[in-house]
Design a protein around this ligand. Structure first.
Ligand SMILES: *[C@@H]1O[C@H](CO)[C@@H](O)[C@H](O)[C@H]1NC(C)=O
Ligand SMILES: *[C@@H]1O[C@H](CO)[C@@H](O)[C@H](O)[C@H]1NC(C)=O
Ligand SMILES: *[C@@H]1O[C@H](CO)[C@@H](O)[C@H](O)[C@H]1NC(C)=O
Ligand SMILES: *[C@@H]1O[C@H](CO)[C@@H](O)[C@H](O)[C@H]1NC(C)=O
Ligand SMILES: *[C@@H]1O[C@H](CO)[C@@H](O)[C@H](O)[C@H]1NC(C)=O
Ligand SMILES: *[C@@H]1O[C@H](CO)[C@@H](O)[C@H](O)[C@H]1NC(C)=O
Ligand SMILES: *[C@@H]1O[C@H](CO)[C@@H](O)[C@H](O)[C@H]1NC(C)=O
Ligand SMILES: *[C@@H]1O[C@H](CO)[C@@H](O)[C@H](O)[C@H]1NC(C)=O
Ligand SMILES: *[C@@H]1O[C@H](CO)[C@@H](O)[C@H](O)[C@H]1NC(C)=O
Ligand SMILES: *[C@@H]1O[C@H](CO)[C@@H](O)[C@H](O)[C@H]1NC(C)=O
Ligand SMILES: *[C@@H]1O[C@H](CO)[C@@H](O)[C@H](O)[C@H]1NC(C)=O
Ligand SMILES: *[C@@H]1O[C@H](CO)[C@@H](O)[C@H](O)[C@H]1NC(C)=O
Length: 431
């Protein structure tokens, strides 16, 4: 690639009526780092056009926050510089979970519209491979929708994110729709694709966020609702190969109060995933507190998911530890409604696995739930510990913490030599 001067063509138009200068700009590729020109255009223009013929390079960290009234018509491509060392040393710090990001995008009355052709390529494969070589490496999140208000991101293709794809952070009134997100790896580590932590859309410390018409094929949560995501409306989503549509994880940090409230998720097709709709909160000593309240997961079509419906109030917490130091996160008014399709059989007959610390989960409803494992795995298992399930499938639940483990880990105490489910997984004496 030949580095060249960055060209920013600016056309100036005076609005005679108001005497305000309005500017429409066209961005073209410089052949080198285009981040400075992108920042200048997003900050200085009313409308920015990136034509379909252009492939711009995010060569260095890109700060387009604090924008005001800009409409980006992003028809071309935007490619992230795959310099692993550069991003390790220079990406923006993200306080939440001490992560980092390549691009901050935010402001008031801002539209980023790919009009169907716009494509962001995160060059993820380089980062996935670097992480196989060095497990301590934490590639940057691709994009933060940061401090946005009345912010729209739409009609875009996003490929191969190094880590999380879009994190909505400290924002309100955000609309994200018609995205096609695909982060898949050619390489394998620990027996699975190396596209680790390529979350689709995550929401943190934000309110009034609407997501609809998203296609996401990735290697971690399809969507997740992190601390202080409230008033979230989601519909018409396809998820593949993910870790589920997750509330959490929450309550990880000692002394920190986490809230997730008023989340409505409707019409999701979810396939080949570790989980479907899920709530995950931490237990154990030295953790945080708070609550999950008013969550609706309705109309999910499942296909080949390992643990289709999950509440884990002792997420990543040893079951003995969680008994000794119960979770300080309460989970209430959670509705799993109209859930149909298949489980993979990876965990035997598991269809639903709900696990809570004593008294921490209340008003958990399951209605019209029929997610079945392959017949070789035996009858579908509806497992819960320490909660009373309500709804028209409540009668299917065995309430027995001994059998199902207070830590939410399904155990099978059968002395039988085990059953082999259709995916080849052998269910033996214990898990
Ligand atoms: C900028 O472009 C838009 C449509 O692409 C047009 O409606 C508007 O008039 C243009 N603004 C100026 C100042 O020419
Ligand atoms: C943009 O990316 C798409 C998909 O990878 C590709 O087909 C197209 O040629 C690229 N366009 C440019 C201008 O690089
Ligand atoms: C990004 O740019 C805005 C506006 O110039 C500035 O206020 C902010 O501090 C910058 N953020 C970072 C992380 O550099
Ligand atoms: C991010 O934080 C780390 C550790 O606190 C610091 O060393 C680094 O300089 C920061 N990076 C940036 C770009 O501010
Ligand atoms: C692995 O990555 C970590 C975090 O970036 C870094 O501190 C460490 O030096 C790297 N190790 C090697 C062997 O490159
Ligand atoms: C989340 O909200 C709670 C309650 O308002 C507050 O105490 C906490 O600091 C917030 N956390 C974050 C990360 O904003
Ligand atoms: C559900 O979402 C899919 C896209 O994933 C869409 O094609 C379909 O029309 C939606 N169904 C309903 C009933 O809205
Ligand atoms: C869906 O996920 C599976 C399993 O991770 C993967 O093998 C497959 O390529 C994905 N399909 C699409 C269309 O992304
Ligand atoms: C649990 O959270 C409450 C606040 O809701 C706090 O007062 C209490 O100390 C916490 N308990 C533990 C064991 O951390
Ligand atoms: C549950 O789904 C299975 C397989 O899709 C189907 O055979 C069965 O009739 C359904 N059961 C109910 C009660 O709807
Ligand atoms: C099942 O096994 C677990 C340990 O794997 C044990 O704690 C529990 O007591 C057993 N339950 C029954 C009913 O045997
Ligand atoms: C436990 O294993 C037996 C066969 O060994 C099987 O019939 C049963 O469905 C399994 N239960 C669970 C919860 O996996």
């Amino acid at each position: 690639m030949v580095p060249a001067r960055s060209f920013l063509f600016i056309m100036l138009f005076a609005s005679f009526a108001s005497c305000q200068v309005q500017t429409n700009c066209t961005l073209t590729a410089s052949g080198g780092d285009d981040s400075p020109a992108i920042e200048q255009a997003f900050r200085g223009c009313v409308e920015v056009l990136i034509p379909e013929t252009e492939n711009l390079l995010i060569g260095t960290k890109l700060n387009t926050t604090g924008l005001s009234k800009v409409h980006v018509r992003f028809l071309g491509n935007l490619t992230l510089n795959p310099d692993v060392d550069y991003w390790r040393d220079n990406a923006f710090n993200v306080t939440y979970q001490e992560n980092s990001a390549a691009w901050l995008f935010g402001g008031k009355d801002v539209i980023l519209d790919g009009e169907g052709t716009g494509t962001i390529d995160g060059n993820g494969q380089t980062f996935y491979d670097a992480r196989i070589a060095n497990d301590s490496l934490r590639p940057p999140h691709l994009m933060l929708a940061y401090k946005g208000d009345n912010l729209v991101i739409r009609n875009l293709n996003i490929r191969q994110s190094p880590r999380w794809t879009i994190l909505v952070h400290s924002s309100k009134n955000v609309l994200i729709h018609d995205l096609n997100i695909r982060s898949r790896s050619d390489t394998w580590a620990l027996g699975r694709e190396s596209n680790r932590e390529t979350d689709g859309v995550d929401i943190y410390d934000s309110s009034y966020v609407t997501l609809h018409s998203l296609r996401i094929s990735n290697g971690d949560d399809c969507m997740s609702f992190k601390p202080n995501a409230t008033n979230i409306f989601i519909s018409d989503i396809w998820c593949n190969g993910s870790h589920g549509v997750s509330v959490g994880s929450l309550g990880e940090t000692d002394g920190q109060k986490d809230i997730v409230r008023n989340v409505y998720v409707n019409n999701v097709t979810i396939q080949n995933s570790e989980n479907g709709p899920r709530v995950k909160t931490w237990g154990g000593a030295g953790r945080g507190y708070g609550y999950v309240d008013q969550i609706v997961f309705s109309n999910f079509q499942h296909e080949n998911n390992d643990s289709p419906i999950t509440i884990d109030n002792c997420y990543k917490t040893d079951s003995d530890e969680c008994l000794a130091n119960p979770s300080n996160m309460t989970v209430s008014h959670v509705y799993f409604t109209n859930q149909h399709g298949t489980a993979s059989g990876k965990y035997g007959g598991t269809g639903v696995a709900l696990s809570c610390s004593v008294g921490k989960c209340t008003d958990i409803h399951l209605d019209n739930v029929n997610v079945t494992a392959p017949s070789e795995c035996g009858a579908t298992v509806y497992a819960n510990s320490h909660l009373n399930v309500q709804g028209n499938v409540a009668y299917k639940f065995v309430s027995d913490a001994d059998t199902y483990g207070a830590g939410g880990i399904l155990t099978n105490n059968s002395t039988d030599s085990g059953v082999t489910c259709s995916n080849g997984q052998v269910i033996s004496g214990s898990s």
